[in-house]
Design a binder for this molecule. Structure first.
Ligand SMILES: [Zn+2]
Ligand SMILES: [Zn+2]
Length: 373
């Protein structure tokens, strides 16, 4: 019998991606193989593409992609029992592959897993030189490691909506779970990418009284989209004085929660400390490439009795909540502008995400391997 092959887009070095064939792996009782229907892209994909953020410790060559929805094509008996799924079921796969034994995993905080031999394990993080090679979602098929977190998702949900589980899970974790958002809170979200817009949506749905989305002029269309999806006001940070505008919009009171998703720029951390209200919470998410924060005055933190939280990944509870909300269909996800790419245009998908190809309006980028370019 001829060998069955899997096609994958492999990132061999920054900005270098090519299609490669891999032998379709057999499964053992513990693992599975999923046929990828769609794979969403997030900021990490852009960082892997550019090779910019040192702390991500990227091990090229990799098959990128860690926001996967697909159909179970092969599954071992024990894996089927463990995940409660069978061949033909539609699933979403959490990006993490937790060790399940470290202190954080044992209390269910998989997103804080200490890692395997101190290395973080997750889809798109393991080099495709490691057998069985299919560790990423930019492929016709992805391997499901026994430690994967797999959940069924309704087959009637459109694939481009189903892949939003990771972005929405993040928004739920960072907007609601970490800062413990309360009814009537004022919320500032910095950066207007997909996650920023999703945070606005969640903040509004959770009862925030005022949601403000701040972003750069390049993201003007996306800021406008934020206003459609839950933000009450938008601020263009390179045109307006963010601190001044927040004071005006909040009657000088400031905001109860700041969610800073902006990558690289450190100015936003200083601004967050200026606009946070007493007892407020700042959640930092955008990696600053290990940069020091110039002008950080810790006394302000004390005098305002506020909290700064480093957000890391998506909790399992948020992952579950996101799937439930996507299935419920009550969020205005239809309003997002999605751009779908076939597998052989993965480089275009990544370049668009990294803003090296101009598309001012796109909110969500998805790769669908079954499409032909
Ligand atoms: Zn991601
Ligand atoms: Zn662990």
């Amino acid at each position: 019998m001829a060998k069955q092959m899997v096609t994958a887009a492999v990132l061999t070095a920054p900005r270098t991606i090519k299609l490669e064939q891999f032998e379709k792996p057999r499964v053992n009782p513990e693992n599975a193989l999923v046929r990828v229907e769609a794979c969403g892209l997030c900021g990490t994909d852009a960082e892997q593409y550019i090779g910019a953020i040192k702390s991500l410790n990227i091990q090229y060559p990799i098959i990128p992609g860690h926001e996967v929805v697909g159909i179970i094509e092969k599954i071992g008996k024990k894996a089927a029992e463990r995940w409660g799924v069978k061949i033909g079921d539609r699933v979403v796969v959490d990006s993490l592959i937790p060790c399940r034994h470290c202190d954080n995993c044992t209390v269910g905080q998989f997103n804080l897993c200490s890692g395997w031999n101190k290395t973080m394990m997750g889809y798109s993080y393991v080099s495709c030189e490691v057998s069985p090679h299919l560790w990423g979602g930019y492929a016709t098929h992805m391997y499901l490691h026994p430690n994967s977190l797999v959940r069924k998702i309704d087959k009637t949900v459109a694939a481009e909506k189903a892949v939003l589980f990771n972005a929405l899970g993040g928004a739920i974790h960072w907007t609601y779970e970490l800062p413990k958002l309360k009814y009537g809170d004022r919320v500032l979200v910095i950066a207007a990418g997909l996650r920023g817009v999703m945070c606005c949506m969640v903040a509004k749905a959770m009862g925030a009284s005022q949601v403000i989305l701040a972003g750069i002029q390049l993201d003007e269309q996306r800021l406008r989209k934020g206003l459609e999806l839950g933000a009450d006001h938008s601020i263009i940070v390179d045109k307006e004085d963010l601190v001044q505008r927040i004071r005006e919009l909040t009657d000088g009171k400031g905001v109860d929660i700041v969610i800073d998703l902006s990558p690289h720029a450190t100015e936003s951390v200083i601004q967050a400390l200026e606009v946070i209200a007493k007892n407020g919470t700042i959640v930092l998410l955008g990696l600053k490439n290990n940069a020091e924060i110039k002008g950080f005055v810790s006394d302000k933190l004390i005098m305002k009795a506020c909290t700064i939280i480093g957000g890391h990944g998506v909790s399992y509870t948020a992952f579950k909540r996101a799937i439930s909300m996507i299935e419920a269909g009550s969020l205005p996800l239809d309003k997002l502008r999605t751009k779908v790419f076939p597998l052989d245009e993965a480089h275009l998908a990544m370049a668009t995400l990294a803003k090296e190809i101009k598309d001012d309006e796109v909110n969500s980028i998805v790769i669908m391997p079954a499409l032909r370019g």
